[in-house]
Design a protein. Structure first.
Length: 405
């Protein structure tokens, strides 16, 4: 999904939704901008982006307070796959394992490997083994809803983790504010282009698996809330929007190639739903001679995404501090096992209406996310998500240039 290069001479305040002052968003040595709109000259635009005051999350503050104390029992956790995002193996599993184990809970954490039948089989096995709570991050809503029905019949409480199962029966939902994530992606893209003086840019949207995942729908919805008013004012143009079906990374490059070809091989900015899609986009841009000259968004703050940011190939990512999410889910599971009020664990829950099931209101905890650009990669390190050694392996010179060590 890419679009012709144009320059924004003066988006000004219209593009500065919720942001402060900007530093140079590019470090390309050739910073001359092409004259007039619609130029295909990429020399003056750089994917490298630094923002003094990046957009901030509108979500509420993360939960405070300690755990509700030790509890006994078994909690089952089912994660969806190892391919749609690297976060499930890097972050979620070890964090949930530790948070539950530290409270005396026996965790059973398994990954369905992208198979809905395996997901259902794991759930049946866990229910049969007597888990008191299931924490599930489903592959798709229908299969997740089926698991929830089986759990409800067995008296097992369910927490929808990271993504909600529309049409399901879960009582609880712990995630980040996913619509807000899309807003952060789109606003940062706009701010980076604005800081480089790009006028009337053409934007390609590479949505995640909207065919299987409500989170992807919310990411796209949030992005449109930022981009659509600007398009209506003639300040940018969304030239195409495609879905990477099933969040399958192997679908990303062919999908983007088709969009880039339709755009005449020209693009200013790509709203890529996560870092894996962004990396596929970057690969196509390399083959087209555009790598490093197109503003590209991402999400998840994994090693590959952060390396692409450090080396100036990706403009931003969204850091969802999974420590917050895993801790909140574990605290909620412990409270449910104890039969105590989740508020005692510092958890403030609010109603979340299921649009596909009238009367199904989950109790939700939605967490804030953070924009990461070249200016604040160390925030991911400071949060303990990754180490500098993890991130800088093989790109030590680039890290040194940004003061990352």
């Amino acid at each position: 999904m890419s679009t012709p290069l144009h320059r924004m001479a003066a988006l000004g305040a219209a593009l500065m939704i919720g942001t402060g002052g900007l530093a140079a968003c590019g470090n390309d040595s050739n910073s001359n901008t092409p004259s007039g709109g619609g130029s295909s000259d990429t020399a003056g635009i750089s994917a490298a982006c630094k923002l003094d005051n990046p957009p901030t999350s509108a979500a509420s503050a993360p939960p405070t307070g300690g755990t509700p104390g030790n509890a006994s029992g078994k909690v089952g956790v089912i994660l969806p796959d190892t391919t749609s995002s690297t976060r499930y193996t890097l972050y979620d599993k070890p964090l949930l394992q530790k948070a539950l184990s530290d409270a005396g809970i026996q965790p059973d954490i398994q990954n369905a490997g992208g198979s809905t039948s395996k997901f259902a089989a794991i759930a049946q096995s866990m229910i049969g083994e007597g888990v008191k709570v299931l924490i599930i991050d489903s592959i798709d809503a229908p299969s997740g809803a089926g698991v929830e029905q089986a759990a409800e019949a067995a008296g097992v409480k369910v927490i929808d983790y990271d993504r909600v199962n529309l049409g399901g029966t879960a009582g609880y939902y712990v995630s980040f504010d996913n619509e807000d994530v899309g807003k952060l992606q789109a606003q940062t893209l706009v701010d980076c282009l604005d800081a480089q003086g790009v006028t009337n840019p053409n934007i390609i949207m590479m949505d995640g698996g909207t065919d299987v995942d409500n989170n992807a729908v919310l990411f796209a919805k949030g992005a449109h809330e930022v981009l659509d008013p600007l398009e209506a004012d003639g300040k940018l143009k969304i030239v195409s929007e495609s879905t990477v079906k099933g969040w399958k990374v192997e679908n990303a490059a062919p999908t983007f190639t088709q969009a880039l070809t339709a755009a005449g091989g020209q693009v200013d900015g790509v709203v890529a739903a996560n870092d894996d899609i962004a990396n596929a986009v970057i690969g196509v841009l390399k083959g087209s001679g555009l790598n490093g000259h197109v503003v590209v968004t991402g999400q998840d703050s994994g090693v590959e995404g952060l390396q692409n940011i450090i080396t100036g190939q990706q403009s931003m990512t969204v850091f969802k501090n999974v420590t917050l999410e895993a801790t909140a889910a574990a605290q909620l599971a412990i409270a449910l096992i104890q039969g105590t009020d989740p508020a005692q664990a510092g958890l403030t829950l609010s109603p979340f209406a299921d649009p596909q099931a009238a009367g199904h209101n989950l109790q939700a905890l939605l967490l804030p996310a953070q924009v990461i650009t070249q200016a604040n990669v160390t925030d991911v390190i400071d949060a303990g998500a990754l180490t500098a050694a993890d991130i800088c392996q093989g790109i030590e010179t680039d890290c040194t240039a940004l003061g990352i060590s």
